[in-house]
Write a protein that binds this ligand. Structure first.
Ligand SMILES: [Zn+2]
Ligand SMILES: [Zn+2]
Length: 366
């Protein structure tokens, strides 16, 4: 009987085998899924137009001769316009990059990740030694995706909308017609950052124009659009601020939205200690570097995403081992071999802290 949680299109899909690899759906293949993007772009354009037409342009007083202009007000208008365009420009770049940047997939034709279905692997022991998996199934087997026919790296989940496995999947975001994952998380995070600044800036500076509309001579259209712009920016500002604060909290704790949900709503309904951290937590600075990039000077610029390849993750434990090895100039594998034993399910389980989001119990939910 078909699993009711699996959409019909998937339940009818033939199970992929190495000889029958699943066909990759084209990206941006469904026009209807561009609707939320079109809606968001229209909202941005509308707010931009309202702010420029009913706030900045009146402040610039271009229609008045120079000797009749309020120079102090015009100066403020120029500064506000420059800052507004700088932030809006950055936000637009982040938005486009969030949409276009692929969040990351499991590599094709890589013996390390190819799922054979019979427990054997085409990878040699050196290749397997190069990965350091933290998340395994309860049985001790490696997690795999039955739709993609591949073994899953840590933090990777199958997205039913994108119909592929996404590296370090955070969530599927319809507003960018893309998943938020390993390679585009920085752009998504900065999109929220610049969006919050832009909206609060609009709401804060436009109060001057709102007060100005109390003048009885103000045309109705001006009053309407100024109040509309102010209300919209406050409403969206609060909404996106809450979302952004949540993502800062996640970033500080090195968690994805999926990992947060799995911790909050464990499958077996088991009680989970709220203060149990993520196994990938490298401290606030380490977590920020992992997402925003090696160099703090580029953290707020939508270039150079975080550290790593999305397939292997540094944990506090592996970092310590690496640091020690770097000091000695040798590469020791003993510790990693214990973690990689495919049949030693219980050995593997010792790598997880109780109720951790990366626990085997939670491993195959998505
Ligand atoms: Zn998959
Ligand atoms: Zn997706």
């Amino acid at each position: 009987m078909a699993d009711p949680r699996i959409p019909r299109e998937y339940s009818q899909q033939q199970s992929p085998t190495p000889a029958n690899p699943p066909e990759k759906p084209p990206r941006f293949g469904e026009r209807a899924k561009f609707l939320p993007v079109a809606f968001l772009v229209s909202t941005m354009v509308l707010l931009y137009t309202v702010y420029m037409t009913f706030h900045i342009m009146p402040m610039l007083q271009n229609d008045l001769p120079a000797n009749q202009q309020d120079h102090e007000r015009r100066h403020r208008g120029v500064l506000q316009m420059l800052f507004f365009h700088l932030v809006t420009g950055m936000m637009s770049i982040c938005y486009v990059r969030s949409i276009l940047e692929h969040p990351g997939e499991i590599p094709d034709n890589d013996p390390v990740w190819a799922y054979t279905g019979d427990g054997r692997t085409h990878a040699d022991s050196n290749q397997l030694a190069s990965i350091n998996l933290q998340e395994m199934k309860k049985s001790g087997d490696r997690r795999h995706c039955k739709w993609c026919g591949k073994y899953k790296p840590d933090r990777c989940h199958h997205c039913r909308v994108c119909r592929t496995c996404i590296l370090k999947m955070d969530h599927h975001c319809p507003w960018i017609y893309n998943c938020v994952g390993f390679y585009n998380y920085k752009y998504f995070f900065l999109l929220l950052f610049y969006g919050v600044i832009d909206l609060h800036f609009i709401a804060f500076t436009m109060t001057e124009s709102v007060i100005g509309t109390w003048d009885l001579n103000t045309p109705f259209a001006t009053m309407f659009f100024v109040l509309f712009g102010e209300t919209l920016s406050i409403f969206l500002g609060i909404l996106i601020s809450a979302f952004f604060i949540f993502h800062i909290w996640l970033l500080m704790r090195a968690m994805t939205t999926i990992e947060f949900c799995e911790k909050k709503m464990p499958k077996g309904g088991k009680e989970v200690a709220a203060d149990v951290g993520s196994v990938y937590d490298l401290g606030p600075f380490g977590n920020m570097r992992g997402i925003l990039g090696q160099n703090p000077l580029t953290w707020l610029i939508p270039i150079e995403p975080g550290i790593g390849d999305g397939l292997n993750y540094v944990t506090a434990e592996t970092r310590l081992t690496k640091d020690m090895e770097a000091g000695k100039g040798i590469r020791k594998k003993t510790h990693q071999k214990v973690q990689r034993m495919p049949a030693g399910g219980r050995d593997q389980a010792t790598n997880y802290s109780a109720g951790d989001s990366s626990s085997p119990r939670a491993a195959n939910r998505f």
